[in-house]
Ligand binder design. Structure first.
Ligand code: SF4
Length: 343
């Protein structure tokens, strides 16, 4: 079992659910713009947000940000321990710092402050800021070494991370971290790329780890609007069957036997379902060949016929409707299922 770390009202590690986080990409010194972006991230499901701290203007602004943010704020410090102390004083709920360049006395002062306040710290390594061509073993060893520097000073709220832009190395490194430590793991690639390729790499790197129970908080790092990072993170958790609290629309790939417009129906049902947080499976199937089994296995299903199609609910065929009434009927049945949840 991983250690538990509390970040204001959000807990990670232990048996807690995987927490989704992102990072703002506006100047932290502009607290209005930063808070606007945090609010957009919160609206789409972000649970922790990181802001970069580069100077005293950022620290001044951080005070206002921490006071007004709807979610806990992580101050991203890099190397300057004075900035770390300033961020803690300004109300940061967690800090991220690279201890490589901290002098012994600086580390000691910082750790004393972390212990007294109980503020969490993320430590570890980012391959971009190390010697290149590190192996997974080297990355994991360095991250563990950094975490232990804090642990040796009695700091308990430690989150570990080892990031690289390589899918394979991300998988290997995090498997080592999981095996060798009990720190909660911050999972994600770094410098993953633009939205499309970054999402591909993140799916490839994170899904196997998450399914094996590795990873306590995730960030999908993209060169894009950070809102897209949250949407991608949610899609990964759903595809991995970790987040089941949504309407999962499955549909057949269509073929020469297809009797109904599967794609239009699936898109319309997805659109209806997108903001509804209920654990339901809806199957849109083009004919009876695989359609009956899949529709019976879902909470709501349709199995396309030549002119009329069968509608299923809870494994039973409940009615047959003309093909131009399928969409309305599926939505009616989904609404019935949702009202049953609300009873
Ligand atoms: S369910 Fe029917 S229409 Fe859809 S792919 Fe399978 S055989 Fe083809």
């Amino acid at each position: 079992m991983r250690n538990e770390v509390k970040i204001k009202n959000v807990q990670i590690g232990g048996n807690h659910k995987i927490v989704i986080q992102s990072m703002t990409n506006v100047k932290t010194s502009n607290h209005k713009k930063t808070l606007e972006q945090i609010s957009q991230l919160y609206e789409v499901g972000c649970e922790l947000v990181r802001v970069s701290i580069e100077n005293n203007e950022d620290i001044k602004s951080l005070h206002e940000i921490c006071k007004k943010s709807p979610i806990p704020v992580i101050a991203d410090i890099q190397y300057n321990y004075q900035h770390a102390l300033g961020a803690i004083k300004a109300g940061a709920h967690k800090i991220r710092i690279n201890p490589s360049y901290l002098k012994e006395n600086e580390l000691s002062v910082l750790c004393k402050e972390l212990k007294e306040t109980g503020i969490a710290v993320r430590v570890g390594v980012n391959e971009g800021s190390t010697l290149k061509n590190m192996t997974a073993e080297m990355l994991a060893t360095l991250a563990i070494k950094h975490a232990k520097l804090f642990q040796n000073y009695g700091v308990e709220n430690i989150v570990i991370a080892a990031k690289t832009s390589s899918v394979k190395k991300t998988i290997e490194t995090n498997r080592i971290l999981y095996k060798e430590t009990a720190f909660p793991i911050h999972l994600g690639l770094t410098e993953a790329g633009i939205e499309s390729s970054g999402i591909d790499k993140s799916f490839a790197a994170l899904s196997g780890l998450l399914i094996d129970g590795i990873g306590d908080t995730i960030r999908v790092s993209l060169s894009a609007d950070p809102v897209q990072e949250i949407i991608a993170a949610k899609r990964i958790l759903r595809a991995c069957e970790i987040d089941k609290n949504y309407i999962n629309v499955v549909s057949c790939p269509t073929c020469g036997r297809t009797n109904i417009d599967v794609l239009s129906l699936a898109l319309a049902v997805e659109n209806f379902a997108k903001d509804k947080a209920f654990p339901l499976k809806v199957a849109i199937m083009g004919c009876a060949v695989n359609g009956i089994g899949e529709s019976r296995g879902a909470d709501v299903g349709v199995c396309g016929g030549k002119t009329n199609s069968s509608i299923f609910m809870d494994g039973k065929r409940i009615k047959t409707v003309p093909n131009d009434e399928i969409l309305q009927e599926i939505i009616n049945v989904i609404k019935i299922k949702i009202s049953n949840f609300n009873k």
